[in-house]
Design a protein around this ligand. Structure first.
Ligand SMILES: Cc1cc2nc3c(=O)[nH]c(=O)nc-3n(C[C@H](O)[C@H](O)[C@H](O)COP(=O)(O)OP(=O)(O)OC[C@H]3O[C@@H](n4cnc5c(N)ncnc54)[C@H](O)[C@@H]3O)c2cc1C
Length: 394
């Protein structure tokens, strides 16, 4: 990022991705979703073109870029009506954590498939009981011979059916001190003892959410990513450090997903408002239609600016600065996207809720951005505490 605009290279990347995704388009995407089909061709094509692993080091099959690059890819896909949630998960969360904390062998094993899209990795932290309070997760890893035995439940895990592996956040209990530490394991989706059940959702998307039932899943020692014992290895604070490394990319990607969807909604609404004529003039002539869309345009551009700031801070190595900006970007983008989708539906009148126009599906898709991967309330808690210095409320 130079000044307040992205580099020429980043802008060219956006144009290329938009062109690629434009070949597929919204109608193709929703038809796939409604027929219970996948969007694998698009996923593999962005992989072949080097966009999927653009943030991953070159020696492991990636493009050697940053979160700003992968976020641009994610946004442009969504802006063409082809939002791919697994972009947030596989290259950005799992790819970042493994690139930063995996052993060389682990990177060789998992990163190339994440980059070309042939071995996608899901991410599982949410649990039915713990919910937002991820410190309270109960999925537990116990030492078992040379390896580990994993037991627990996870919920709302995206894309498990399209993934070869899932990066599972669990806990270990120190036998001496009783202290609980988070740990991360790469679990093959076909592992014995792992059962995945789809959760019926109201989102029109080929990417599904699953419950995971993890019963005595045996894992080899090298399934563990990063340090288990804080007193050994690099001396970092166990899995917590690894986990936090994935959070800023997750928020920046979620923000980009939202701003992309918002741009798509606004483009469709503006085109419709130009065309649809009642009372002898295009409906866009009326400020009651034009102003809400203009307001959304401003809100989306502001959210994009904060998202780009967060990515630039993260890519410059300023994790702390990126944390505040990434939370604010995620919040602003989700809010802007919900409003943009609502206003776009309104501009379409009755057509706004037909399957033919496919606008109403955006209401749920954008609404999910207020809940996942971190809810608006938890972001407001973060900003109240970290930015305003207010007491912790929970
Ligand atoms: C489409 C979708 C995809 C997802 N994909 C994944 C995935 O791939 N992997 C994964 O691990 N998870 C995934 N999730 C889960 C998601 O991260 C959680 O749904 C989210 O973190 C909220 O948790 P919860 O649903 O248990 O809500 P709850 O924790 O039950 O919260 C309910 C409500 O209470 C509010 N609340 C709770 N505590 C507080 C507090 N202290 N202060 C103020 N408000 C509070 C919350 O903000 C929320 O509005 C996905 C969810 C969705 C909807």
């Amino acid at each position: 990022m130079t000044g307040y605009t992205e580099s020429e290279e980043r802008q060219a990347l956006r144009r290329e991705v938009a062109k690629l995704a434009g070949k597929y388009g919204r109608e193709w995407f929703t038809e796939r979703a409604r027929n219970g089909e996948k969007t694998t061709e698009l996923w593999l094509e962005i992989g072949r073109n080097g966009y999927l692993g653009i943030n991953i080091p070159e020696e492991y099959g990636g493009g050697g870029g940053g979160i700003g690059d992968i976020a641009a890819v994610c946004e442009e896909l969504a802006a063409q009506g082809c939002p791919l949630l697994l972009m947030v998960v596989s290259p950005a969360i799992c790819g970042t954590i493994i690139s930063r904390f995996g052993t060389d062998q682990q990177k060789q094993r998992w990163l190339p498939g994440i980059c070309d899209g042939t071995a996608t990795m899901a991410f599982a932290i949410t649990e039915p009981e713990a919910g937002t309070n991820t410190h309270n997760i109960s999925t537990t890893a116990r030492p078992d011979g040379d390896g580990w035995l994993l037991n627990g439940r996870k919920t709302y895990i995206s894309g498990v059916d399209e993934s070869d592996n899932v990066l599972v956040v669990a806990r270990t209990e120190d036998a001496r001190t009783g202290r609980v530490k988070p740990v991360l394991f790469v679990v093959p989706t076909d592992a014995a003892g792992l059962e995945c059940r789809p959760i019926p959702m109201e989102i029109v998307s080929p990417e599904l959410q699953f419950q995971l039932f993890i019963d005595d899943v045996r894992l080899p020692a090298d399934a563990l990513v990063g340090d288990e014992d804080p007193s050994t290895g690099s001396g970092q604070r166990g899995g917590l450090v690894q986990l936090f490394a994935g959070l800023n990319p997750e928020r920046i990607m979620a923000a980009s997903f939202s701003t992309g969807l918002a741009r798509f909604a606004l483009d469709r609404a503006a085109a419709y408002a130009q065309e649809r004529t009642v009372f002898d003039a295009p409906i866009g002539t009326h400020q009651a239609i034009a102003h809400p869309l203009a307001q959304s345009k401003i809100e989306v551009e502001l959210a994009r600016l904060m998202t780009q700031k967060a990515a630039a801070l993260y890519d410059s190595g300023d994790d702390a600065g990126a944390g505040e900006a990434a939370n604010m970007a995620k919040y602003a983008a989700a809010e802007a996207a919900c409003d943009a989708a609502d206003r776009a539906v309104q501009a379409h009148g009755g057509n706004g809720i037909t399957q033919e126009y496919g606008m109403a599906g955006l209401l749920v898709a954008t609404r999910a951005g207020r809940i996942a991967p971190v809810s608006r309330e938890m972001i407001l808690n973060y900003v109240a505490m970290h930015s305003l210095g207010l007491p912790k409320s929970y």
